[in-house]
Design a binder for this molecule. Structure first.
Ligand code: GAP
Length: 464
């Protein structure tokens, strides 16, 4: 019976061993809350982002992409509310000097040493501040962005002027965000530098609740299409007391990780809070949200109704997904340990074809047989000309090891070139000029004529 992952540590170990994800700066002891993606992790992450891009930018007319700067003007984060409210309550243990998020402690006790001698909680702002330019002054202190969303709001007028979109329309961004988390934990689940895929979808006030529901359903469907199972992906409405300062309602998508049920995406109804906050002439606009008075902005962030000439501040629905958390959920979902027979077991990552870092591995059965390796090289070349994804030539000479490796990294299919393929002495004549196609999940092996290989793989493995 295949069994699912029960501890995150197993995935952490596989991710390091096979080149998906490494602790950042591990040669100097590591930097807590920061990770580097290795070759396979980079490809997996890229494929996940590409699918989001295909579905929301490429295949739709109503969403515009942007790529805005990571360093964010202090006024943006002043009026967005982050300077005042983007905080977590922090406590210190006076005994062992460790630091904790007060709201995550089950008891008023230090999880590291058990001491109850903790300081009172105090607010800690999660933003990384940075100095821009050579002069040290308060006005030159800006921030690394804590969410990709703000770059979208501050470019709202630019997009409207360039493209004259009609309601409803979205602006999307994928990129890094930074938060100085008090207690980063659970591998890449809670980190200090991570990636978000965000859409700000602007709608007419009054249409917001319908569009909120649309995006909750759409984003749930999307994660299932990437490979998460409905049994482990839940929708949960945030209670009013836990809503972010900008939100009227938020539905979280929670995944059942080995460490518990935790958020991978939030879909928020941010009302007219953000555009209202960053707009000039706020008094002339009928802003519903409670916003800070803004005398610094030089731009009106509203749309004019062409018939009534009335200015409307759009409401915004925001599906905000974490790339790293989504990727962790997909890897947990895909991870299986299987007992093949009494003596043999394997670990396999059953990733969806379109996400797998490597699509096909071509393996010569004998490393030192020139005819076999040359045939394998020519098969690789041919497949590369027909298949979009990565096809690798794997010449280790140990077929068992190669299969184990490609199972663990989620390669959907291996193609083996053997003595039968080249028609060597005593080989099975019916297998001449054919290769063995080995399926990762079923382990089924099929002989396919070399001339039909590419078509066979494209037919049987859509998305590779
Ligand atoms: N713009 C809205 C926003 O940023 P959020 O709920 O704070 O909302 C959205 O973040 C998503 O970003 C989360 O659902 C999560 O997937 C990801 N995320 C947030 N903080 C993170 C962290 N410290 N480490 C990894 N991912 C994080």
């Amino acid at each position: 019976m295949p069994s699912r992952i029960d501890q995150l540590d197993k995935l952490v170990s596989l991710a390091k061993r096979r080149g998906f994800i490494y602790q950042s700066a591990s040669l100097y002891g590591g930097l807590q809350g920061f990770y580097d993606y290795g070759p396979l992790g980079t490809m997996l992450k890229k494929h996940l982002i590409e699918q989001w891009w295909r579905d929301y930018i490429q295949k739709r007319d109503d969403i515009y992409p942007v790529d805005t700067s990571l360093i964010t003007h202090q006024n943006v984060l002043k009026y967005s509310g982050h300077q005042d409210t983007f905080t977590d309550p922090m406590v210190d243990c006076r005994t062992c000097k460790s630091r904790w998020r007060a709201d995550m402690l089950k008891k008023k006790q230090c999880p590291a040493c058990g001491s109850v001698d903790l300081t009172e909680p105090r607010d800690f702002n999660l933003m990384f501040q940075t100095q821009v330019g050579p002069v040290q002054s308060d006005s030159d202190q800006h921030y690394l962005r804590p969410e990709t969303a703000q770059g979208i709001f501050t470019n709202f007028k630019n997009i409207v002027d360039s493209f004259q979109p009609k309601f409803p329309f979205g602006v999307a961004q994928v990129g890094k965000a930074f938060r100085n988390e008090i207690t980063p934990r659970n591998f890449i689940f809670r980190v200090r530098e991570f990636e978000q895929m965000e859409i700000e979808f602007f709608v007419k006030p009054g249409d917001d609740e319908t569009w909120h529901q649309y995006w909750v359903d759409e984003r749930y469907r999307w994660w299932i299409a990437q490979g998460l199972s409905p049994e482990r992906l839940k929708k949960e409405s945030q209670p009013k007391s836990e809503l972010a300062h900008y939100a009227k309602a938020t539905v979280d998508l929670l995944y059942d990780f080995p460490h518990g049920l935790e958020e991978i995406e939030g879909i928020a109804n941010r009302t007219d809070y953000d555009l209202g906050s960053h707009s000039k002439n706020q008094n002339e606009l009928n802003i519903h949200a409670k916003v800070k008075e803004n005398h610094d902005s030089v731009t009106k962030l509203a749309m004019q109704n062409s018939q009534t000439k009335e200015w409307v501040v759009p409401f915004v629905i925001e599906p905000s997904a974490g790339v790293d958390r989504g990727l962790l959920a997909l890897m947990c979902e895909a991870y299986y340990e299987e007992q093949l027979d009494q003596d043999r077991s394997r670990v396999v990552l059953k990733l969806a074809n379109h996400l797998s870092p490597i699509k096909v591995a071509v393996i010569p059965l004998a490393k030192n047989n020139a005819e076999i390796t040359e045939t394998a090289k020519s098969v690789t070349k041919n497949l590369r000309s027909k298949i979009d994804g990565k096809v690798v030539f794997e010449n280790t000479g140990n077929i068992g090891k190669s299969y184990r490796k490609h199972d663990e990294i989620g390669t959907p299919v291996c193609v083996t070139i053997d003595f039968d393929t080249i028609g060597a002495k005593d080989s099975d004549v019916s297998h001449h000029q054919t290769a063995t196609v080995r399926d990762r999940d079923s382990l089924k092996q099929t002989r396919v004529p070399l001339g039909q290989l590419a078509a066979y793989l494209q037919d049987h493995y859509p998305g590779i």
